[in-house]
Design a binder for this molecule. Structure first.
Ligand SMILES: N[C@@H](CCC(=O)N[C@@H](CS)C(=O)NCC(=O)O)C(=O)O
Length: 206
């Protein structure tokens, strides 16, 4: 049984849970990190020196970094079906996974932290505005990508959609003004129809 350490409200844990849901993989998850703690314990740090969640164990194989865990699970237990078969298609999906880490995350995380995890009187309007501007620009890129295809790397859901879809749920539920991005909205509607998305992503934001 694949083992996962990580709390269910972590965006990075959610990626892995959604991925396992798409692949139909059973798993044994333990609440870890955040209010549950445990992530700075000696034994945990021996598995994941970052002291972050998620961590995965499959047999004797231990892995951290959510995007790498998804790539591993898809290759090892999913027959690669969550990535397009061609090198170009695969690179495209991988590119959006990397882009989530390098561009979308630094834009949207400060917005999420200020609006959801910071008491109103302590919020910094400058950080919020700056994050909002950057996040709108980031989603506009996804909007353009989705003009020609149902999902970011083609007509089927791929690993490229998962890191973006986790944050799309937060984006569409934050108390902010959003520009009209019809392709992004239609893609988000398609994600919301998926059972693993409903189970692992569409939960209260904390
Ligand atoms: N790049 C890592 C980032 C992991 C990460 O930042 N995890 C956060 C939760 S989203 C964490 O462990 N925070 C500390 C905690 O939960 O106690 C990944 O994608 O797995």
């Amino acid at each position: 049984m694949i083992k996962i350490w990580g709390r269910t409200d972590s965006s990075n844990v959610q990626k892995v849970l959604w991925c396992m849901g798409e692949l139909g993989l059973p798993f044994d998850r333990q609440d870890w990190g955040g209010k549950f703690g445990g992530n700075k314990d000696h034994d945990y740090l021996a598995m994941n020196p970052n002291g972050l969640v998620p961590t995965m164990k499959d047999g004797d194989f231990i892995l951290w970094e959510s995007n790498s865990i998804m790539r591993y699970l898809n290759a090892k237990h999913g027959g690669g079906r969550l990535l397009p078969a061609t090198p170009e298609g695969m690179a495209n999906a991988n590119r959006w996974m990397d882009w989530q880490l390098s561009v979308l995350n630094p834009s949207i995380v400060p917005l999420f932290w200020n609006l959801i995890r910071t008491p109103e009187e302590k919020r910094d309007p400058k950080i919020v505005q700056n994050a909002l501007d950057k996040t709108r620009a980031a989603w506009q890129m996804v909007e353009n990508q989705l003009a020609q295809r149902a999902f970011v790397a083609g007509e089927n859901l791929s690993l490229g959609d998962i890191p973006l879809g986790v944050w799309a749920y937060r984006w569409f539920n934050l108390p902010i003004e959003r520009p009209r991005l019809p392709n992004l909205e239609n893609w988000y509607e398609r994600l919301k129809e998926r059972k693993p998305y409903q189970t692992h992503i569409m939960i209260p934001m904390t």
